[in-house]
Ligand binder design. Sequence first.
Ligand code: NAD
Length: 241
Amino acid sequence: MLLEEPLETLRKSLGTARIVAFTGAGISAESGIPTFRGPNGLWKSYSPEKLATLEAFSRDPRLVWEWYDWRRQIIHQAQPNSGHRALAEIERRAAGRFTLVTQNVDGLHDRAGSRSVVKLHGDIWRVRCTGCQAEEPNEQVPLAPLPPLCRCGALLRPAVVWFGEALPEGAWERAHEAAARAEVFLVIGTSAMVYPAAGLVQIACHSGARVAIVNPDPTPADEFADWILRGPAGEILARLL
Ligand code: NAD
């Protein structure tokens, strides 16, 4: 079958290389978590671009929190899939030369056993105060009351990065440095359209990494690819191992 040969050469290239895996919502699709841009990505016909913004939150914090609460309930019921588990296993085998950078906020990489996850877009299981800025874990499902309030009385917000907001500084620095040093850069389940995160593919490619894409659909990052593995991440990463 056509897929075997690229899988085999990619597998060999992972042997001693410095590896970065860069994941997006697609890796969690097989766990039943809707992607943003897929056919099941709609919630009450609002588009995520209209909800995941500071403007939307300032206008209607309850509406935005209802959406996050809905997503938290889906994620809470979901389990990591074979794609998340394969990346945790690659981290064990390639200890010291593997970095996982994710755009996902769902925490499934941690639950699959990945130890060191660079979270570029924050964490849906943490909240941050819009007043005193205190941040803390919050795993209450469902959340009540909505919107939740901080002890200081101000509104809490999800500790995630909204469209138009800067990435957490430390996370971006770690991701940038890992991409620039990578020898093999795996791009898994991302539409590669949300910047600056998507720019990591170019950074890795221009710094000499070989790039592998794992995605059932074409993406703008395909032009940088040495390998394109078309199909669901869970299936392909399990076979890669
Ligand atoms: P996206 O929705 O823009 O793209 C998802 C990509 O995954 C698409 O290219 C799609 O073809 C691909 N895909 C679908 N099923 C797949 C599968 N089984 N295996 C591999 N690939 C598959 O998501 P994105 O690129 O991550 O970027 C948008 C933003 O959405 C990110 O900032 C992220 O924070 C956020 N987001 C996160 C989650 C989550 O945490 N699970 C869910 C939705 C959106």
